[in-house]
Every structure is written in C-alpha cells, then in structure tokens.
Design a protein around this ligand. Structure first.
Ligand code: GTP
Ligand code: MG
Length: 415
C-alpha cells in the first residue's frame, strides 16, 4: 500500500498545476517581451524623424521593464503553508509526516525555537541558511538541525532558519511547496510581528491542535489577527494526537469528535467566516501525525496491519493532504498569477493600440509616397510632352527659317 502511495507521488498531483501554469504564463510573458522589443524596433526604423511615437517609445520602455520584473517573480514563486499551534502539539511531526522524512527535530518539551522553512533544492545534499549568518551550512542529520534550533542558540523566536532539502527526496518540495514550522504560539510575545514577517504571503495555514484539549486562547487570537490582515485566509485544523482516543475508557471517541467539530465550525464558520459550515469536513481532520510518520519512515510497521483505528487515522491524514493540495494550488494560482495576468493583458492591449497606430501611420506614409511617385510620373510625362511639342516647334521653325533663307538666297542670286 505504501509502495503504491509513494509511486503515486510521481504521478501528476493537483500541485503540478501550479508548476505547469507557472511555466505557461511565464512563456507568455517572454513572448510579450519579444513583441515589445519588435514593436519598438519597428517604430524606430520606420519613423526615425517623427515625433509622433516619442510617447509610445517611452511607454514601451516602461512596459518592458514591468514585464521583466514580472518574469523574475515567476522564477521565485512557491506555494507557502504555515504550521502553527501550541508548543508540543506536533507541528514539526506533521511537517515531517507530510515530507515522508524526519527532517525537523521533534520531541517532548519546547523543541522548535524559531521559524524554520523547508524548501526544495536541486543540490544532492541538504543544507541550511540561518538569518544571522546568511551562509550556506551543510546539514547531515536531524540532531545537527536540532542544535541549530536549540533554545540556547543565538537566534531568537522571530529568527528564521531555512532548510533546503533535495527535491528528489520529497514530492511536495519538488512541486514548489515551502513549509514553514513555527515555535509554539503560547511562547510568542508579538504575534503581529510574526504575521507581518512570515504569514502575509501564506497560501494556507494549518493549525495543529491537540485533540486531547480544546483550542487555546493564543491559537484563537492568532487567527483573529490573521483574519484582520488577510482576507479570508485558508485555514485547516488538524486535531492531532487522535491516537489518544484509543485509550479513552470513560468517553466515546465519536462524542468527542462531534464536540471538536462543533467547536471548529463555530470558530471557522461563525466567528472567522473563512468557510461555510457545510464545508467544515474539508477543513477539520482528526489525525495522528506520529503514526503517519512512523508508517512512512519505518519499514513493516506492524501496528498498521494490526489496528483498523490506526489505518482509519492514516486515511484521514491522506484526506487532509488531498484537500490541502487542492486548496493551496488554487489559492497560490489566484494570489500569485491573477493580478500579473491582468497586468500582462493591459500591456498587450496597449501594445496592440500602439501597433495599430503605427500601422495606420505607415499606411498613410506609403500612400503619401505612392502619390508623390505618381505626381512625379505625371510631371515627367507633361515635361516630355512639352519637350516633344517644343521640339516640333523648333524643327518647324528651323524648316521655315531654312525655306526663308533659301528663298532669300535665290532672290539675291536673281537680282
Ligand atoms: P514545539 O516545536 O516544541 O512547539 O513542538 P511541536 O508542536 O513541533 O511538537 P513536536 O512535533 O515536536 O511533537 C512533540 C511530541 O509529541 C513529540 O514527542 C512527538 O513524537 C509527539 N507527537 C506528535 N504528534 C503526535 C501524535 O499524533 N500522537 C502522539 N501520541 N504523539 C505525538
Ligand atoms: Mg516543533
């Protein structure tokens, strides 16, 4: 089953749409850039002395630099998901489970001390860059990364460590998804700053909650703030540690699940208004990140075979991943591409107008030249006619003169 799942990782996923869209739109912008420079060259070649196109040439210059800046954005475009929640709720474990790798350190107690982004890299070996040194440092294991994230380290909570992991090892990273892990929300003194620094361009937020408790004040406060700053953020709630429900003796898991669902509906649908109540099951999931990670990284993990409950939780994690992929891709395409496409269209329309004006002017110029040539031809014909007529007059005159002089000579001879 896992083999099939891993194999399907190389099959097209909804996330692939983002990459394909990015390549296609970026190719259109390349074409637009070529058209702009062709148009500029045409204007320069055909209307060297005309002032008519000074304004348009300037406009084309501005359009070209805008198109170049937009093209550069495509190179850097990634989809971004931010994981938040109280300390020890399992944020880093969820990230590792989604990446099928133990990349981030996790453990009991306070583990993640600053923001950590995980991105794909074409290099064969992983490395990190921290916001203090900005230097690339190789990293061989989780322990080494744990030291970099250690509370006694020089980075504070609002610092950032960027982990670059070979894309060949994780499909999500190869599909241009950046995953941002954060320190526990309960530790933050300045949620505002966190949001401004790391969340303003997030496509999706995953609130990793503890299924053994209800949402905490800090978790709710964070999303109220996010909702103020971003319009309709995409929020998923993972009720993590759902494996604890196996050991529940006095309470039925179904009743607890209903309770959590009602609470989540009230929060996401009624208070934040980021999703309708009818769609709540696409946004709230009951999972065990620990089990998912174990299953994905431990060969022949027997508990998976033995327990139906474990398999159900695993399927729920997969359902979360599928909903997440659909949402992040849709959101990223809209937020990142939409306004650029509109700008590109505006430029294309303006270019079409300039080209139209140039074409009309060229036609006028051509017809002007044709008229000039025709006039010259007519003049030449008239001159030729005049010449011919003058020639005739001259020869008649010469004949008459000759006759007169002959007559005069004869007369003189007679006399
Ligand atoms: P901080 O970085 O300290 O904020 O914690 P975190 O939210 O990143 O939690 P982390 O992933 O480090 O997990 C904390 C502990 O909870 C680890 O010992 C995990 O193995 C454990 N844990 C994570 N997910 C689950 C789960 O679904 N079930 C159970 N039983 N334990 C889990
Ligand atoms: Mg952590």
């Amino acid at each position: 089953r896992l083999r099939e799942e891993v194999q399907s990782q190389s099959a097209p996923s909804p996330l692939r749409k983002f990459r394909v869209g990015k390549l296609q739109i970026s190719a259109l912008f390349d074409r637009l850039r070529t058209l702009l420079s062709d148009c500029s060259a045409f204007l320069a070649a055909t209307h060297i002395e005309a002032d008519d196109f000074m304004k348009e040439q300037k406009e084309i210059g501005v359009f070209s630099s805008q198109v170049s800046s937009i093209s550069k954005l495509f190179e850097r475009d990634h989809m971004k998901v931010v994981f938040v929640g109280q300390t020890s709720n399992g944020k880093s474990t969820v990230v590792n489970a989604m990446l099928y790798n133990r990349i981030l350190p996790s453990g009991i107690g306070h583990t993640t001390n600053c923001f950590v982004s995980v991105s794909g890299s074409d290099a064969n070996t992983p490395y990190i860059i921290d916001s203090l040194s900005s230097e690339q440092q190789p990293i061989s294991n989780v322990l080494q990364l744990a030291n970099a994230l250690h509370p006694e380290g020089s980075l504070n909570q609002s610092g950032l460590i960027r982990v670059f992991w070979p894309t060949t090892k994780c499909r999500l990273l190869g599909d241009d998804v950046d995953l941002i892990d954060s320190p526990g929300l309960d530790l933050s003194n300045d949620i505002n700053q966190w949001i401004d620094d790391y969340c303003m361009d997030a496509d999706v937020f995953v609130l990793v909650a503890n299924a053994e408790a209800t949402l905490k004040v800090a978790e709710r406060a964070f999303f109220f703030k996010v909702n103020e700053k971003l319009s309709k953020p995409n929020v998923f709630i993972l009720n993590n540690r759902w494996d604890a429900s196996d050991n529940e003796i006095d309470d039925s898991p179904e009743r607890v699940r209903e309770q959590h669902l009602e609470y989540a509906s009230k929060f996401l649908a009624d208070e934040l208004k980021v999703v309708s109540r009818s769609k709540i099951l696409d946004r709230v999931f009951f999972v065990s990140a620990r089990e998912t990670l174990l299953y994905r990284t431990t060969e022949n993990w027997t508990r998976f075979k033995e327990s139906q409950a474990v398999r159900d939780r695993y399927d729920e994690f997969r359902r979360f991943e599928q909903a997440f992929e659909r949402t992040i891709c849709k959101s990223a395409m809209k937020t990142k591409f939409e306004h650029r496409i509109v700008r590109g269209l505006d430029i294309a329309y303006s270019l079409a107008e300039i080209a139209g004006k140039a074409e009309t002017l060229s036609k006028e110029q051509i017809s002007g030249r044709i008229k000039e040539i025709n006039e010259r031809k007519e003049n030449a014909a008239r001159i030729r006619q005049l010449g011919e007529r003058s020639l005739k007059c001259c020869s008649a005159l010469v004949d008459r003169l000759a006759a007169t002089s002959r007559a005069s000579v004869a007369r003189a001879m007679n006399e």
